[in-house]
Design a protein around this ligand. Structure first.
Ligand code: GAR
Length: 219
């Protein structure tokens, strides 16, 4: 199967980036990471990319006249690398609609809650624990203009909240699921098995043809 090219957008620790790197290096994903994009020079994720010989580019807000100018530069860099799928893996800012429109149907995010609950924030796991939910989890979804974390849901994994959980242990157990769910979302995209129908994403059975069907259906 043809390998797809990924751009991974990161801001911090980069454990989800590491999970993707590990899948790719083991030959468990039909993908290569063409580019890592960070909005923070000191992100541990950038160091992880460097250690694995992956090109990374830092787009600090302070180097550009506006956030839009920064996001347009980011869009151009991703285009220049011939990327098929943009993966937001712990990216901690909203991105300009221009980037989302350019990569419509080709940009996904991992969020540490069962969307649409606890959308939008950067502490979804603690918010869920404090709220007292009995089920928590994570979601892989398309990123679209509009409300944060409001794009079509591709995959979700639910886990029970245990009596002995703290916000921290719950976040750790959700993270372990993120490290499997995000690569699975990438695999489904690479295999051309995601079909968008309004808000619904249908996962086509193995053996279906057509790479990039999600984008094709949008344009
Ligand atoms: C992950 O838990 C990810 O789901 C979350 O940030 C963490 C990044 O960790 N993303 C969001 O909350 C986005 N709203 P990582 O840098 O170790 O992958």
């Amino acid at each position: 199967m043809k390998k797809i090219k990924l751009a991974v957008m990161v801001s911090g620790r980069g454990s989800n980036l590491q999970a993707i790197i590990d899948y790719v290096e083991r030959g468990d994903l039909p993908a290569e990471i063409a580019l890592v994009v960070s909005n923070r020079a000191n992100a541990q994720a950038v160091e992880r990319a460097r250690r694995h010989g992956i090109t990374s580019i830092v787009f600090e807000r302070s180097d550009y006249p506006s956030r839009l100018a920064r996001d347009l530069a980011m869009t151009a860099a991703i285009e220049d690398h011939g990327v098929d799928l943009v993966v937001m893996a712990g990216y901690d800012q909203l991105v300009a609609d221009e980037l989302l429109v350019r990569f419509a149907g080709q940009i996904i995010n991992i969020h540490p809650s069962l969307l649409p609950a606890f959308a939008g924030g950067l502490h979804a796991q603690a918010d869920a624990w404090e709220y007292g939910v009995k089920l928590a989890g994570c979601t892989v979804h398309f990123v679209t203009p509009g409300p944060a974390d409001g794009g079509q849901i591709i995959l979700q994994k639910a886990i029970p909240v245990l009596e002995e959980d703290t916000a921290e242990t719950l976040a750790q157990r959700i993270l372990a699921e993120e490290h499997k769910l995000l690569p699975e979302g990438i695999r489904l995209f690479a295999e051309g098995r995601l079909e968008l129908n309004g808000r619904r994403v249908r996962i086509k059975p193995v053996g279906s043809d057509n790479l990039y069907s999600a984008r094709e259906l949008l344009v």
